[in-house]
Ligand binder design. Structure first.
Ligand code: NAI
Length: 249
């Protein structure tokens, strides 16, 4: 049975990786999906691939005007948002001693400020009983070298999930967090390490992961689809860790 029929779902950073896989899954589950990306060409290509239940709206989550325009266009066209997946994020790595103010600020700017105001700006258009899912990471619960700033942003996202779950519950809005482990996406091409270093890092993580492999974007999409659906009607403030057991065992 399709679990998201008639739902209007928004996915930030929906043109690649986990966001794109989630768009595919939401559409398969019957939703109307709006994906955002900062790049119009990429957005157009991905929407063409996803088909007529997808719409793309160019928006940078760090730009408040973009967020206002995003939700006002959605209000005009669809009238409401039933599911919001705040997924857009960046993950540059850096040894602690080499962290610059720019590295620090850009990570918090996108992963925390951008995500925070995505949800705040969506609020007027969120339907009663909407489901909001925040994309955090297992790094919020572990001590992975070179992720001091990235991990702190994700711990902030996890914290926000708790507070918003409490604050938005009077409207029946559920707010949950998904914390992926190592997932095969293009994020790893952008962390600032050489391919060899990424491969060595991934091999080390896989070694520590009971399921002995990295995850696939569609596996996170399935977790997000569960949180989005009525099957998760008694979940709020939770953090679903999908990491092959990496930090859970
Ligand atoms: P990805 O790089 O394919 O996806 C991130 C998306 O966010 C991209 O489409 C990017 O263009 C977009 N984005 C970045 N800054 C943006 C901005 N200012 N405005 C709008 N969009 C912006 O990588 P992936 O892996 O799909 O990442 C998605 C989320 O999952 C991120 O929040 C990441 O931190 C999180 N995550 C990923 C893990 C992994 O191993 N791949 C593990 C744990 C969490």
């Amino acid at each position: 049975m399709k679990k998201l029929i008639e739902k209007v779902a928004v996915i930030t950073g929906g043109s690649s990786g986990i966001g794109l896989a989630t768009a595919r899954r939401f559409i398969a589950d019957g939703a109307q999906v709006i994906i955002t990306s900062r790049n119009q060409c990429i957005l157009d290509a991905k929407v063409a691939e996803l088909g007529d239940r997808a719409k793309g709206i160019r928006a940078d989550v760090t730009d408040m005007n973009d967020l206002d325009r995003l939700f006002s266009e959605i209000r005009e066209k669809y009238g409401r948002v039933d599911v919001l997946f705040a997924n857009a994020g960046i993950a540059p790595f850096s040894p602690f001693e080499a962290v610059t103010e720019d590295h620090f600020d850009s990570l918090f700017h996108t992963n925390v400020r951008g995500l925070f105001f995505t949800v705040q700006k969506a609020l007027p258009v969120l339907s009663e009983n909407a489901s909001v899912i925040l994309n955090a990471s297992v790094v919020a619960q572990s001590g992975l070298p070179n992720t001091s700033v990235y991990a702190a942003t994700k711990a902030a996202v996890r914290s926000l999930g708790r507070t918003l779950a409490a604050e938005l519950s009077p409207r029946g809005i559920r707010v949950n967090v998904v914390s992926p482990g190592l997932i095969e996406t293009s994020l790893w091409e952008k962390v600032g390490l050489s391919k060899n270093d990424v491969d060595a890092f991934a091999a080390q993580v896989v070694e520590q992961t009971p399921l002995r492999r990295a995850g696939k974007p569609h596996e996170i999409a399935a977790t997000v689809a569960f949180l989005a659906s009525d099957d998760a009607s008694y979940f709020t403030g939770a953090d679903l860790v999908a990491d092959g057991g990496m930090v859970q065992v």
